[in-house]
Design a protein around this ligand. Structure first.
Ligand code: F6P
Length: 476
């Protein structure tokens, strides 16, 4: 990564805190691609993140300048953004507006509905981004590289550029990007601000070519910027931003090492005892609207209805972990998942065979165990920036799993030769793909799975991050 200082900015940091009744704080480390990318990178790195909860805010306040080094968290600055500002920026703008636009989740006869209240929410989003830009401007040494992550922080690159023109800035979008016709649902000034914010960066990265192209198209349509889709550059307001495609992959060795640990092995044994020698269709998701869990379960129901030969011979393990329960849409979606799961169990369960096991409590080692046992992995998002489940499953699968994959996931670009591709809105097609996957001969399954594993591990987190830093030096 060279000698220069690197700052990373993201909403969610590498650690979180819990506050006991007696006021004691305990710290927990998180996972995810960014944590792996930075682990072992060494050198001069500072991670700037937001306090997400009251416990985080208490932890940030107890140390000077929110520097969590004092807790043994490493070089992390946690920003104590006022709770109201944070909630409006995170829930109302980032997760209810930008997330919905990029994943195309609106029910357009009714939503979105931008009114006076949305303006106040937007001002909070601006203040939240400004808090990051201020912290980064203060902590960055001359010529430092700054890697700003995702849809929470689209304005921060431009704000930081104004404060510190000497810095090299990369923004990375982990979500899809909406095409211009859909992006234009945003109020005009907000749509422009988001694009201009990202164009404050020297380099803007995306997981897939499709999302990079959509971003370039939005810059042309909304800003009338000068774009070169072949050279992948956008010129606007006298500056050039280079657009890059860096599809995040998996570190296969460290994932396999984690899966070999006793807690995973114990869960594997328990799962095997629960399902016997039946075939296993596995899905693992946050209970997130874009993950399309309800249609996935409907497809399983259709499979059982159309193919009674599978009765008693297959079990669907559906892990749907809690997510964003501050938002009513997510609470309702969780209830809808539970409803259809109960219907399937009532309709087909016969006392000796449990056709569906739905688990809603988060259990990472159990997820790793399920990957190991899966015969079929179902990944059917409506839209997804990348989807790392599609990559982790083949890497850990013991006998080679067949992957049923939505064509709308970023991972599709790298895996569509060997996955069974589906339109996520077509429940009948998904049901038939599940049937094909169950019928796939073992040799073919293993061969496809080996190629899927190779694709999944092409750009592991450290290289993914390194490629973005190299792009800042003009090396890509
Ligand atoms: O998909 C993009 C992403 O940033 C993921 O990396 C992450 O899991 C999610 O969105 C954000 O989730 P949360 O709201 O739980 O931080």
């Amino acid at each position: 990564m060279g000698d220069s200082q690197v700052l990373v900015a993201s909403n969610r940091g590498p650690v979180s805190f819990a506050l006991a009744d007696d006021g004691t704080l305990s710290m927990r480390r998180g996972g995810g691609g960014l944590v792996s990318a930075l682990a072992g990178l060494g050198g001069d790195i500072l991670w700037v993140c937001a306090a997400l909860s009251d416990a985080d805010r208490a932890a940030a306040r107890r140390v000077e300048d929110g520097r969590l080094d004092a807790y043994g968290a490493g070089a992390v600055r946690m920003l104590d953004i006022p709770a109201g500002t944070f909630h409006r920026a995170y829930n109302a703008v980032a997760n209810s507006t930008l997330w919905f636009v990029h994943h195309m989740l609106y029910d357009s006869p009714n939503t979105p509905h931008f009114d006076a209240r949305s303006r106040r929410d937007w001002q909070s989003y601006e203040a939240y981004n400004a808090a990051f830009a201020d912290a980064l401007a203060r902590d960055a040494r001359p010529g430092a590289k700054v890697a700003i992550q995702d849809y929470h922080l689209t304005l921060a690159p431009g704000m930081l550029r104004e404060r510190r023109p000497d810095l090299k800035i990369v923004h990375f979008a982990h979500t899809p990007w909406a095409p211009p016709e859909y992006y234009r649902l945003l109020p005009d000034d907000i749509g422009r601000e988001v694009l201009e914010g990202i164009l404050g960066a020297d380099h803007a990265g995306f997981h897939a070519q499709r999302w990079a192209d959509a971003f370039i198209d939005c810059c042309a349509a909304v800003l009338q910027a000068k774009v070169d889709p072949v050279a992948r550059t956008v010129t606007h307001a006298g500056r050039v931003t280079r657009i890059g495609v860096h599809g995040l992959g998996i570190d296969g060795d460290s994932l396999r090492a984690r899966a070999a640990e006793p807690d995973v092995q114990a869960r594997k044994k328990a799962l095997r005892e629960q399902v016997g020698d039946r075939r296993l269709i596995v899905r693992i998701d946050r209970t997130e609207l874009s993950k399309n869990i309800v249609r996935g379960l409907a497809a399983y129901r259709e499979l059982l209805a159309k193919h009674p030969e599978w009765h008693g011979r297959v079990v669907h393990l559906a892990f749907a972990y809690p997510s964003r329960h501050d938002l009513p849409e997510y609470r309702e979606y969780t209830a809808a998942v539970q409803r259809i799961a109960a219907e399937i169990s009532d309709e087909f369960g016969d006392g000796t065979w449990e056709p569906l096991i739905l688990q809603v409590n988060d259990d990472y080692p159990r997820s790793l165990a399920a990957y190991g046992l899966a015969d079929v992995l179902l990944v059917n998002p409506i839209r997804d920036g990348m989807n790392l489940v599609a990559k982790e499953g083949p890497v850990l699968s013991e006998r080679g799993c067949a992957l049923v994959l939505s064509r709308e996931a970023g991972a599709a670009a790298e895996m569509d030769d060997d996955a069974l591709m589906i339109n996520p809105f077509d429940v009948s097609q998904t049901a038939e793909a599940l049937n094909q996957a169950l019928l796939m001969p073992p040799d073919e399954r293993a061969e496809r799975c080996a190629r899927l594993t190779a694709a999944a591990t092409t750009l592991p987190p450290q290289e993914w991050f390194g490629a973005q830093l190299a792009a800042l030096d003009g090396q890509l």
